[in-house]
Design a protein around this ligand. Structure first.
Ligand code: C5P
Length: 239
């Protein structure tokens, strides 16, 4: 499996840019070994697979964050198509159920050892307990996160996206081989933007996160390579 490579940068920079040109100009300022890159729905829908392939060809590890959720066969074929782009990580919604996740996992078997990591989204952090209640889930977000992370692990997925505040609980539940990817990270003293509850990179790793998704503290900086270098220096002292 792709998994952690020798350089194994922990930071995944969220390329939340309105168009491919801005994203490409930004990426030119980064060294591939210093971080990984996340392409989400907005950028992918505007620019398509060409941008993803170009980033992969430049030597970047790409997390294609499209959160597939559909019938098992459709998700399996979509995962195959994503893997064919050469990306490092892809994801699906765990609420699509065990059969959907197993189909996704099986679809990647054909990729051999270079298959992308396959992770699941449990409960979107935008969902509060009352939003879940509307959906008939009455025992709260934490119970639902635990349940869906368990299903993802049992279906053979490599890990989940979770809040850094859930990382310790999920690490205890799922053991050391389960990959935890966490957004909501801010270096000490950085602007919170619209994130309400944040952890610093070092705190998140201490809580059990493997990879940190970070956008604005890096993308909006005058010196993105410098911010990354300083985070990577801080993380060397933790890991
Ligand atoms: O700029 P910032 O560091 O807040 O960006 C975080 C990235 O992680 C964004 O791409 C955002 O959509 C994503 N994300 C998040 N919270 C989640 C899931 C994803 O902030 N629960």
């Amino acid at each position: 499996m792709n998994g952690k490579r020798s350089a194994d940068p922990r930071v995944i920079v969220a390329l939340d840019f309105p168009d491919g040109q801005t994203a490409t100009e930004f990426v030119r300022r980064l060294r591939p070994g210093s971080c990984r890159l996340k392409v989400g729905k907005e950028l992918f829908t505007r620019e398509g697979p060409g941008l993803v392939k170009a980033l992969v060809e430049q030597g970047h590890d790409v997390f294609l964050d499209l959160k597939f959720h559909d019938i098992p066969n459709t998700v399996a074929r979509a995962c195959e198509a994503a893997a064919a782009l050469g990306v490092w990580m892809i994801n699906v919604h765990a609420s699509g159920g065990s059969r959907m996740m197993s189909a996704a996992r099986e679809a990647l078997e054909g990729c051999g050892p270079q298959r992308p990591l396959l992770i699941a989204v449990t409960v979107l952090t935008s969902m509060a307990d009352r939003d879940l209640e509307e959906l008939g889930i009455r025992d709260g977000a934490e119970a639902q996160v635990r349940r869906l992370a368990g299903l993802a692990r049992d279906a053979g997925l490599d890990g989940v996206v979770c809040s850094a505040r859930e990382a310790a609980m999920l690490r205890a539940q799922s053991g050391s081989g389960f990959t935890l990817v966490t957004p909501g990270i801010r270096p000490q003293g950085a602007a919170l933007d619209d994130q309400a509850r944040v952890l610093t990179p070092a705190e998140a790793i201490r809580q059990g996160s493997d990879y940190l998704v970070m956008g604005r503290p890096i993308t909006q900086s005058e010196d993105p390579a410098g911010v990354l270098a300083s985070i990577n220096r801080e993380l060397v002292t933790v890991t």
